[in-house]
Design a protein around this ligand. Structure first.
Ligand code: A2P
Length: 287
């Protein structure tokens, strides 16, 4: 629509009496894909001003139901890792669907063209700046904890900084691995990604998916497979050590805690943005 100064002024003047058609910090959904009955991913428009580092998260959500007394609506927001890389024009998110979850019970029904709320204030510890230089980077994920690594696996800096990029993903069932499996397969086949990241860089990726409750070629909790050395034998890689290895962890609280113990057992220390060390941890969004 053509807008001149006059219409702009008029709009401003009548705005307070008119119901606002859009949400605050609204972004438009551009694509939705359902992976299982418990998992889906979606893409939304990116605010022009939003700068973030691959691996960070933002608060996103929908407007809550009206308060029965006042009729007022408040935004219902949750932390979501941005699953797309920093260079992408759009933003991607990977989410669980919880049937009685206040947000995801509704969010799972979004369609292209719908709006969501996105607070453009990215934060997080799963960033390259929080780690000291090293030879190998390990990404350890369970469930939707794969999301920040979906961003970092598409980030050129990951390959500039490391010789090997090892991504482990543990889920209960095979279907829950599909988002990550497909993303890595596409990375290695997509001409644009090959051009952007380099074929020799993509060859640095070692993908190690495991399941715990459904039969698959590799079974077991990654914590146990690390502690008994199975992972290193399978991948033909030296055991994790503080001189060569850096790690990022994203999963449930219990998983993160056990991974911390496991990594500390290999001599790695936890870092932060202001104090880079050998590994960093972040809780995946749950429910
Ligand atoms: P398991 O099936 O043995 O519990 P969830 O859906 O509960 O978040 O779990 C996702 C995956 O992470 C499952 O395969 C689960 O294995 C695994 N997992 C959960 N907690 C831990 C933990 N403390 N250490 C290692 N793996 C875990």
């Amino acid at each position: 629509m053509y807008m001149n100064e006059m219409t702009a002024v008029t709009d401003t003047e009548i705005a307070p009496t008119k119901a606002k058609p859009t949400l605050p910090d609204a972004q438009t959904v551009t694509a939705v894909k359902h992976w299982t009955d418990r998992l889906f991913s979606f893409r939304v428009s990116r605010p022009a001003s939003l700068r973030f580092r691959s691996g960070e998260f933002v608060m996103i959500g929908l407007m809550g139901d009206p308060d029965p007394n006042t009729g007022k609506q408040k935004p219902l927001l949750r932390a979501y890792s941005i699953a797309s890389p920093a260079w992408d024009e759009e933003l991607e998110f990977y989410s669980i669907k919880v049937q009685d979850g206040p947000l995801t019970s509704r969010l799972q029904h979004i369609q292209p063209g719908d709006e969501i709320i996105l607070r453009p204030k990215p934060v997080g510890t799963l960033v390259h700046d929080a780690l000291l230089p090293g030879k190998n980077i390990w990404f350890f994920a369970t469930g939707t904890g794969f999301a920040p690594f979906a961003s970092l696996l598409r980030e050129p800096e990951t390959y500039e900084k490391y010789e090997k990029v090892i991504i482990t993903h543990t889920c209960r069932e095979v279907g829950e691995l599909e988002y990550g499996r497909k993303l890595i397969e596409d990375l290695k086949q997509d001409e644009l990604m090959i051009e952007l990241l380099g074929e020799e860089n993509l060859a640095k990726i070692h993908y190690y998916p495991t399941t715990t409750r459904e039969e698959s070629p590799r079974m077991g909790r990654i914590t146990e497979l690390l502690q008994d050395g199975t992972v290193f034998k399978d991948l033909g890689i030296d055991p994790i050590n503080p001189a060569d290895d850096r790690a990022m962890v994203c999963g449930s609280l219990a998983f993160n805690k056990d991974m911390q113990t496991t990594l500390e057992g290999f001599g790695l220390r936890e870092g932060a943005n202001s104090d880079p060390k050998e590994y960093v941890v972040e809780k995946a969004f749950v429910g």
